[in-house]
Design a protein around this ligand. Sequence first.
Ligand code: AMP
Ligand code: ZN
Length: 137
Amino acid sequence: MAESECIFCRIVNGEIPCAKVYEDDAVLAFLDLGPMAKGHTLVVPKRHCENLLAFPEEEAPALIAALKKVGNAVMQATGAGGFHVLQNNFPAAGQTVFHLHWHIIPRSEGDGMSLWAQGTYGEGEMAELAASIAERM
Ligand code: AMP
Ligand code: ZN
């Protein structure tokens, strides 16, 4: 996708408004307009890239610092007891905006949100899959 058509590039460039909560040289953070919980915030690298696989490692420290700062502030401002850091890659994982972003989702005890549906492995399946993943690195 051309960066001129990318909605998050347009927000970063100031062409589209957002409810900004944080900005530095590398990162912009603003409220998600369809929140999973009030205070749900998106942390977005300013430089366009589609997903985590395209993200340069050297930009990771600034991003992690922003996640910590924003996560802590969201937790305090919403009175939440914790927060998720969630990041979707490719449509199969629910990615709908193809400009890399991290979701910070505040959580409270008993808020009823359910993200984990845990399964099980068959006999030997776990070791086989672990080996298959490992040999692809
Ligand atoms: P994802 O499914 O991980 O690609 O997440 C995209 C997120 O962007 C969704 O949670 C949307 O609600 C959010 N979103 C899309 N457009 C905007 C916008 N203009 N301002 C704020 N959040 C947006
Ligand atoms: Zn973009």
